[in-house]
Design a protein around this ligand. Structure first.
Ligand code: SF4
Length: 759
């Protein structure tokens, strides 16, 4: 039976390989190494390939230590794994039921409803996990990244996960990368994982956090500085004395949100804070091993002395002078110090009245976070006041929930009026019922979550979400206004007297009494897998067995209609919206009815609709795409900058592919989505000249030529056929290597995997 736990024996083997590979790599490059390089070369499939590694240019083939799947993306991974014909996963893999639980009433009630509503999906995930050797975490056990941090992450390890916030485990010194489902399927099938060898961004932390300033503010500052695409194809490595002052879970908040700058992942060097966290989560022997191999788990000392030499970019942050930040609305890089927010509210006419405040999620629900949030709540309680608006709390895991219930933080939050929701994603991913808001009604919410794209939290584009640390969000819930600055403004106590909130008390990183023991929330793989039947109801409206995509027919794409020219941000939430659609992620046909419903049409500014070239009508994009498919017409999408930013959801590539998308041509791509498109057999191309985006017209037919001679590094010819009979010839770039070109020709990467298994 596959060993799912991260055991000391496993970690020992990983460190032995790191040691061996790092020693060989030192001989090749003959210079000090960053931590990122140590972990990457330590996981190379073939160390001989290390001599060719070029950041941002060459591809590396890596051997991750484990895989994590969540219940939404995991459905498709397992359906794809079933197609591969393999019997067991080849490395430790876990499934976490967190995304499908809707926030409606309170934790207990919502879990019961979720168990009923999603019963067939949970049965499928549990039965397939037991059969194929995966560990299964039941609904209510917690959010994937928190459960991974508590149980599986370890310093120096390499993990992939089908969720874009997988880098959360970087807080425990692990390189943990969010990937598309097919990457996970391949790795589970025993193939190495292919990654564009990343560039390196170094962030030097000095000083110490104090007062209201929290780890969240570090990453909001970094996001503001680097923007949502500033980390693309790079790993962010934190270093310097300031790293030692941040708790392990605080580090995880920072690495979690590295996803918001598009980074491959982020990582902190091993230190005593990680030792403390490992021991408090019953992993003392792993802490002992990490202490013994510290040199493998931190950058070489010369790197810190001369960082510009070893990183492509270096940012310095003095934690002692950092201010609390608030980011939003609509994009995580629109951050400013809280002291500037009131002015922004006035100048930008943001709705000042906050309707709901939310804390927790995978990003900010540690023991330390909840204790600091409770410390603010305690002050309100002492002055006899309640929150002015609803405050919803989503604990990251059952372990956290049970512990803060035992230690009193939850009671304090309840006492000022907070509601504790299930240990699940809920309002972070559109699984949030807000009947009190009318359609089209604007609202302002504040959260300690990690994303604030339009339509994300409550599925409504009009909602403006602002993000900050949990303690700041609790303070804003007490103030009730976005322009309330707890650092300078006052509240009125029940005695009618004004008082100012004090900064939260210094909180323990881990509970002094240890974490609470929790009950049966985990199901191990079956001892007798052959006797386990995977449960899929053949008439299911939620799950559908996959059929392979067709091979490329060897012909150029000639005069294909343009489906959509997207303007501005086109995230995976715009391409394949979440919310109510989450329930259909195991059913490719049904979920494809959501495709591009959030995308902004560059010609009309309409959302989710465009011109049907068959009848000239304005219709929704999925309706048009289905019509093209019925008429055997492939079609093309034009994207703007950083197309596909956001989550790792492969549906944003699979649904277009399923409905006949031949190519996406963008100004630039977000990393995970570009790979997802390639893997699903959709050509992912970029304009050689970015301004050619402007040449694309609404009724264009587009030809992409010379595909049989497609070569790595060589441009591709494209002709835009305009309605008036004129044409524009433009050049397109691509980042395909030889094996990725084979994916395209085979129809998908999975087709290649299946062929190999059949041999
Ligand atoms: Fe869940 Fe939100 Fe975390 Fe994603 S970011 S895992 S949706 S809590």
């Amino acid at each position: 039976m596959m060993q799912i736990e991260t055991t000391p024996e496993m970690v020992s083997k990983v460190y032995a390989k790191l040691e061996e590979n790092i020693a060989k790599y030192r001989k090749i490059v003959n210079r000090p190494l960053t931590l990122t390089e140590k972990i990457l070369v330590g996981h190379l499939d073939d160390i001989a390939s290390a001599k060719d590694l070029e950041p941002g240019k060459s591809y590396s083939f890596l051997r991750p230590d484990r895989v994590a799947l969540q219940d939404v993306t995991g459905q498709m991974v397992i359906l794809q794994f079933m197609q591969s014909g393999l019997k067991r996963t080849m490395l430790p893999t876990t499934v976490h039921c967190d995304h499908l639980i809707r926030a409606k009433v309170s934790g207990d009630v919502d879990i019961k409803v979720a168990l009923d509503e999603n019963s067939e999906v949970y049965k499928f995930l549990e039965s397939s996990s037991r059969k194929y050797g995966l560990g299964f975490w039941k609904p209510g056990a917690g959010i994937i990244h928190q459960v991974v941090l508590e149980n599986y992450a370890f310093p120096g390890g390499l993990m992939i996960g089908t969720d874009s916030h997988t880098p959360n485990a970087g807080g425990l010194g692990m390189l943990a990368v969010g990937v598309g489902g097919l990457d996970a399927t391949e790795v589970m099938a025993g193939f190495p994982w292919e990654l564009l060898y990343p560039k390196r961004i170094g962030i030097h932390l000095k000083g110490e956090l104090n007062g209201w300033v929290a780890p969240k503010d570090v990453i909001l500052y970094v996001a503001w500085k680097l923007t949502v695409s500033g980390g693309t194809n790079a790993i962010v490595e934190y270093f310097g004395p300031g790293t030692k002052s941040i708790s392990c879970t605080g580090k995880a908040t920072i690495t979690n949100m590295g996803a918001e700058i598009g980074a491959t992942c982020s990582v902190f060097p091993y230190d005593d804070k990680m030792d403390v966290y490992l021991r408090s989560t019953n992993r003392g022997p792993i802490a002992d091993l990490a202490n013994k191999h510290r040199d493998l788990l931190v950058a070489d000392p010369e790197v810190e002395k001369n960082p510009e030499k070893y990183f492509d970019k270096v940012i310095e942050i003095d934690l002692s002078t950092l201010e609390p930040y608030i980011a939003g609305p609509h994009t995580p890089d629109l951050a400013r110090p809280i002291s500037h927010l009131a002015e922004d509210v006035k100048n930008s006419k943001y709705l000042d009245t906050i309707s709901v405040a939310l804390i927790g999620s995978c990003t900010n629900s540690s023991y330390e976070d909840m204790t600091r949030a409770a410390s603010v709540a305690e002050q309100a309680k002492l002055h006899g006041i309640h929150i002015k608006i609803p405050l919803l709390v989503t604990p990251g895991s059952e372990q956290i929930r049970a512990t803060i219930e035992r230690d009193g933080q939850m009671h304090t939050l309840n006492d000022i009026g907070a509601t504790v929701l299930a240990n699940a994603c809920g309002p972070c991913i559109g699984q949030w019922n807000r009947p009190e808001i009318k359609p089209g009604e604007p609202s302002t919410i504040v959260t300690s979550f990690n994303r604030n794209f339009p339509g994300r939290n409550d599925g409504r584009r009009e909602t403006m979400a602002f993000m900050g640390s949990p303690e700041l969000i609790v303070a804003l819930a007490l103030g009730g206004r976005l322009s309330f600055n707890p650092l300078k403004d006052t509240l009125i106590g029940s005695d009618g007297k004004e008082f100012k909130l004090e900064p939260p008390k210094k909180a323990p990183e881990v509970p002094s009494k240890g974490f609470s023991n929790i009950g049966s929330i985990y199901v191990p793989p079956a001892a007798n897998p052959d006797e386990v039947e995977v449960i899929i109801n053949p008439t299911s409206g939620r799950l559908q067995k996959l059929e392979p995509f067709q091979k490329w027919d060897g012909k150029d794409f000639v005069e294909l209609p343009l489906l959509l020219k997207a303007k501005g941000k086109c995230t995976t939430d715009h391409i394949s919206p979440a919310g109510a659609w989450l329930s259909l992620r195991g059913h490719i046909d049904k979920i494809s009815d959501n495709v591009f419903l959030g995308a902004v049409n560059a010609f009309t500014n309409d959302i989710g609709k465009g011109k049907n070239q068959l009848n000239g009508n304005t219709e929704s994009f999925p309706v048009i795409a289905r019509q093209y498919k019925q008429n055997s017409l492939k079609w093309i999408v034009i994207g703007d900058n950083n197309y596909g930013e956001g989550s790792s959801r492969e549906h944003a590539a699979m649904s277009p592919r399923y409905l006949g998308c031949a190519a996406v041509i963008a100004r630039s791509f977000a990393r995970i989505h570009e790979t997802n498109l390639k893997k699903q057999g959709v050509l992912a191309l970029t304009f050689a000249n970015s301004s050619d985006y402007d040449k694309v017209q609404e009724s264009d037919k587009i030809s992409v030529l010379g595909l049989s001679n497609m070569q790595p590094g060589q441009n591709i010819k494209c002709i835009l056929h305009h309605k008036d009979g004129t044409k524009d010839e433009i050049a397109l770039k691509h980042s395909y290597n030889d094996s990725q070109i084979k994916w395209f020709k085979a129809g998908s990467a999975l087709n290649i995997l299946r062929e190999k298994e059949a041999q």
